[in-house]
Design a protein around this ligand. Structure first.
Ligand code: GDP
Ligand code: MG
Length: 720
């Protein structure tokens, strides 16, 4: 251990010499599809010198949309990281690790995991459409993760764009406090710059290729009234929320840019208010001040609270996740002096190697350090290499240190949501939650020679994408391979990746709803496994009970039997076997949820019983208990949010009635009505085109998985 201590010391020294943490920003760009996230990211790449030409989404040559499908479809499917350096007008260089996320609800997993590991976010809003449905979803999601944000109102060059309308929209639809720190100069096609309300200086951009740098100047005559008005409002809002600025204001001290920025920074980091900026990324206007604002207002890793987790009590191997007595609360401050801990937030499998993305919350580790994955109890090393990732390029690093996001190669036992930590100071961070899949399709290899490749490819794709699940013929009774995901587009993209990335030819069935099942009531089952295997007899018995539990989409397994009947050492393996069995049961072969499986007894013969025999007995006992209890089908129900002009409400409601919808609320937002309803997934196919024709394209909607509900009589379609 002396050697490894020394190594740890060397790694720590190196890391200290590297980039100062207070100047690092880990941020994401989030918004509705088409708001301009990728375009903005591309501009950022250009102005920071990370790249020497500007690609466009329309030409399919941006840095972050590098997948063939992304370029063809013109949408972001996987989030991409870029690392850039930027020196704001105040003169200190910052490093910005940026994640460009997809805006389509089908790829919500990418947004979810990004928000979990980011320190701050930029919400991009369309200057014409304002707060679109998916923008408000991701803005709120970011709120639940406590991620500080700034808002960027983009596309001000477009006809119909209006910065001030979007401000109202932000306030009303997002129920947040917008603090504009800029106002635009010129409107629509004449939009050509901004006034910085903090410095009271104007920045304008001329057109040109390559785009010339911005020109600083005095506030133009035409916007002087607005500048006075909005600056006063800005100061009031900052003073209301920040004591230091309030004191300076009362004492009639000069409100310097430094003082105002410091106040606004504290407000932003505390998520009490949100700076709002404006621009037109496509016309190369407003991006440099946006980068300045990222440095000024969004938190460094050191500004974030310590990460909370749980530490195993005492020594011991793998332990049950829900065993209260096995864990105690623990946390790690964002410091190099704390023991190493990191969260794996993404994996990318390929034919040659597996890449795991880590967010490091404390300490530092080099390639030789032995790390622990507390979920599996396995040791891992970063021996395959540590990299800084920029879109699809990799730059090797000596170590992974606090505050950074890196990619590592060759981890064997670590999947998305897992913690990696110093083996001497274990901590388990909360894993990442993902929504459940709601749509399924059968997949079949085009020829038998593709069968194994298809399996391998699907296993890898579903490992990388937690919202994609696969059930193979032996796991269900339909005899088909079935993939399940977030929506039709999601599964279409997966199918294409089979072809593009894995060279597997497959036929796919029509999209259908992913059903699940639960028990109709309590049930009991027992099984004694007693077989000759070779010249040896193996023997084990399990008695168990199943009971329905409240709706949560979960399955729980508990052991309530004496250790001389079922040895404690076998419990985790038995639990795994029960969960595997429960993933596809009964005539439908659907997964079981909202059930507690309780192992209440067993039969153990020290000479004859082994783990495998107990697992087999448990699996058969579960089958019997489910037969005894009876199974009922559950269907996914979605939360549908529609925003419609008031005069179209009748049409929207009429349509909802035909879809077995239950209206949950109706409320005015700006000049429209927001209708929230619970609708079975099965009734939502084709909603997008139906709503368009019923409202002349004037309504906007989102669909999110809500819960599983019992399928009404006669509504469960036949198997395939
Ligand atoms: P994302 O889906 O949020 O990543 O949006 P994209 O960056 O892919 O942009 C969607 C579309 O809007 C593309 O056609 C862009 O060229 C266009 N776009 C992006 N920003 C602007 C802008 O500032 N002004 C105008 N007029 N179009 C823009
Ligand atoms: Mg995009």
């Amino acid at each position: 251990t002396r050697r490894s201590n020394q190594r740890g010391h060397v790694a720590k020294k190196k890391a200290q010499e590297s980039y100062p943490l207070e100047r690092v920003r880990n941020i994401g760009i989030v918004a509705h599809v088409d708001a301009g996230k990728t375009t903005t990211t591309e501009q950022i790449n250009y102005y920071t010198g990370a790249m020497h030409r500007i690609g466009t989404v329309d030409d399919g040559n941006t840095v972050t949309d590098y997948m063939a499908q992304e370029q063809e479809r013109g949408i972001t499917i996987v989030s991409a990281n870029v690392t850039v350096h930027w020196t704001p007008a105040t003169g200190v260089q910052h490093r910005i690790n940026l994640i460009d996320t997809p805006g389509h609800i089908d790829f919500t997993a990418e947004v979810e995991r990004a928000l979990r590991v980011l320190d701050g976010a930029v919400g991009v809003f369309c200057g014409v459409a304002g707060v679109q449905a998916q923008s408000s979803t991701v803005w709120r999601q970011a709120g639940t993760y406590g991620v500080p944000r700034i808002a960027y109102v983009n596309k001000l060059d477009r006809t119909g764009a209006n910065f001030y309308d979007v401000l109202t929209d932000l306030k009303e639809r997002l129920e947040m406090l917008p603090i504009p720190v800029q106002i635009p100069i010129g409107e629509e096609k004449d939009f050509n710059g901004i006034v910085d309300l903090i410095t009271q200086r104007a920045w304008t951009w001329d057109d040109g290729d390559p785009p010339p740098p911005p020109v600083e100047g005095d506030v133009p005559e035409e916007v002087q009234d607005e500048v006075a008005l909005y600056r006063e409002q800005m100061i009031e809002r900052i003073a209301e929320l920040d004591d230091e600025v309030a004191t300076a204001f009362l004492e009639e001290r000069e409100l310097t840019p430094e003082l105002l920025r410091a106040g606004l920074r504290r407000i932003t980091i505390a998520c009490k208010g949100y700076p709002v900026l404006c621009g037109s990324s496509f016309k190369h206007k407003g991006v440099q001040p946006l980068l300045d604002a990222v440095c000024h207002y969004l938190p460094a890793p050191t500004d974030r609270p310590p990460i909370e987790g749980r530490a195993p009590k005492g020594k011991g191997k793998r332990r049950k996740d829900d065993d209260q007595d096995a864990w105690e609360p623990a946390s790690r401050a964002p410091s190099l002096d704390e023991p190493f801990c990191a969260l794996a937030f993404k994996t990318v499998s390929s034919k040659t190697n597996d890449l795991t993305y880590l967010r490091i919350y404390s300490g530092t580790a080099d390639r030789s350090c032995q790390l622990l994955n507390p979920r599996t109890g396995k040791k891992e090393r970063l021996g395959g290499g540590i990299y800084r990732l920029t879109a699809n390029r990799k730059e090797p690093l000596d170590e992974a240190s606090v505050g950074d996001m890196v990619g590592v190669v060759g981890l064997r036992y670590t999947r998305t949501g897992d913690t990696l930590c110093d083996a001497q100071s274990p901590i388990l961070l909360e894993t990442i939650g993902f929504p459940f899949p709601v749509v399924s399709r059968a997949v079949e290899p085009k020829s038998t020679k593709d069968k194994d490749d298809l399996r391998l490819a699907l296993e890898r794709l579903s490992k990388d994408d937690p919202t994609l699940t696969v059930s193979f013929p032996e796991d269900n009774d339909s005899g088909q391979t079935v993939i399940s995901g977030m929506g039709e587009l999601h599964l279409e993209v997966v199918t294409r990746r089979l072809q593009d990335d894995w060279k597997v030819e497959a036929k796919v069935g029509k999209p259908r709803v992913s059903y699940k099942q639960t028990v109709a009531g309590p049930g009991k089952g027992s099984f004694v496994y007693d077989r000759e295997q070779g010249d040896k007899r193996v023997f084990a018995g399990i008695d168990l009970e199943v009971t329905p539990t409240p709706k949560a989409g979960k399955l729980s397994v508990v052991f309530a039997c004496p250790a001389d009947l079922v040895p404690a050492d076998y419990q985790l393996a038995i639990e795994d076997a029960l969960r595997a069995k429960a993933s596809g049961v009964g005539d439908w072969g659907d997964p079981l949820i909202d059930v507690q499986i309780k192992v209440v007894g067993g039969k153990y013969e020290p000479e004859l019983s082994n783990e495998a025999a107990f697992c087999a007995a448990a699996s058969f006992a579960l089958e019997k208990a489910l037969e005894d209890a009876g199974l009922i089908s559950l269907e996914p129900v979605m939360t549908l949010t529609v925003e419609t002009p008031e005069d179209m409400l009748g049409n929207v409601q009429q349509d909802l009635q035909m879809r077995r919808a239950q209206i949950l609320s109706m409320s005015p937002v700006k000049d429209r009505l927001r209708v929230v309803a619970a609708v079975p997934m099965a009734e939502t196919f084709g909603y997008s085109s139906d709503i368009r024709s019923r409202t002349g394209g004037q309504a906007d909607f989102t669909l999110e998985p809500r819960e599983y509900e019992v399928v009404p009589e006669g509504k469960r379609p036949k198997l395939f």
